[in-house]
Design a protein around this ligand. Structure first.
Ligand code: A2P
Length: 317
């Protein structure tokens, strides 16, 4: 299993399990199955509404001797309504309690977007707070606090453009070590990946398979089905693997961490086995040529009229 090595020597499997859209009632069995298959890196968020059930699965797996806490790599995130500096410790405490653990391996700011307190998901512009009012630099002080007090072993961000990541990197006392972003063959973000690699920041690819199980409200019209892309299908056949395995292998082969979600035992196994696939330089170049800078989660849901967030200022494009 390929790993990313952090400055302090900690290592994270590049391949992990996404848990966005894994519903309570089904996620417990999926986590236990994944642990049995060899998954060790799990990506979570309180927004996904399933941390207590995932925590129960970890606790039972540890109790029954399947794994130890030290074997696990646990990533979770700070939600948009907890960006004030003093809200970060209470927010991570809730996740620690849900998982029944004393530390999170990697804690990320989920979005460079702020909601008012007690707003779980803003649907009106007056439920938003701008980054002028609560800048990332303030939130980052809270992130540094949870790093310094040992609640998080590593800290980073998610959905950050290269401009925002550079800005944070240049101004932070404790540097971000990870950036989790949407990434698949139609959105390859090469500049972001290259700059992050040069600065020892691991890029983590979410929605690598196109997240076709998203709620309809989070889908755009005429989305291209990534797993049905003819070039992907052709290259998968050439490498004797499935389209999903090809995309997982492409991420790992370019040094990007990847967290496909599944709750299905057959697909959990299929995805796990992709971590062994080595692609030729020629196949990597063919996949590189598919890039269309095409975002599926382009942030339109934060950009209602009057919102301080626009698609342009969110992605700095
Ligand atoms: P399921 O959970 O039933 O396996 P993403 O990781 O991009 O968010 O995509 C998740 C979606 O892709 C889910 O609908 C998941 O369904 C499906 N999926 C996961 N693994 C595979 C696979 N190997 N082949 C096809 N679809 C997959």
């Amino acid at each position: 299993m390929k790993k990313f090595k952090f400055k302090n020597g900690d290592q994270m499997d590049l391949f992990g399990l996404g848990t966005w859209k894994s519903e309570p009632g089904e996620v417990y069995i999926a986590i236990r199955e994944a642990i049995n298959l060899g998954y060790r890196h799990f990506d979570c968020s309180p927004l996904y509404g399933n941390e207590p059930e995932i925590g129960q699965a970890f606790q039972d797996a540890i109790k029954e001797g399947d794994i130890t806490r030290e074997d696990l790599w646990l990533t979770t995130k700070l939600w948009n309504n907890r960006h004030r500096k003093e809200q970060v410790v209470p927010a991570i405490e809730e996740s620690l309690k849900a998982f029944g653990t004393e530390y999170i391996d990697l804690y990320l700011i989920h979005w460079p977007v702020v909601f008012k307190d007690h707003i779980d998901f803003a649907t009106k512009c007056d439920e938003m707070i701008s980054l002028d009012e609560i800048p990332i630099s303030q939130t980052w002080l809270g992130m540094e606090e949870v790093f310094n007090n040992g609640m998080a072993k590593h800290i980073g961000v998610s959905n950050f453009s290269l401009k925002k990541l550079k800005n944070l990197f240049e101004t932070a006392t404790i540097k971000p070590e990870a950036n989790q972003v949407e990434m698949h063959p139609l959105l390859q973000q090469k500049e972001l990946v290259n700059w992050s690699n040069e600065h020892n920041i691991i890029t983590i690819a979410y929605s690598p398979l196109g997240s076709s199980d998203r709620p309809e409200g989070l889908k755009l019209e005429n989305e291209p089905p990534i797993l049905e892309n003819p070039t992907i299908i052709e290259l998968a056949a050439k490498n004797n693997c499935s389209p999903a395995q090809l995309i997982i292998a492409w991420n790992i082969n370019r040094g990007v961490s990847v967290i496909p979600k599944s709750i299905n035992p057959i697909r959990l196994k299929e995805n796990f086995e992709a971590n062994k696939i080595i692609l030729s330089g020629e196949d990597m170049l063919t996949i590189a040529s598919l890039d269309k800078n095409h975002r599926l989660l382009d942030g339109w849901f934060f950009s209602m009229p009057g919102s301080p967030y626009t698609k342009e200022n969110l992605w700095d494009e």
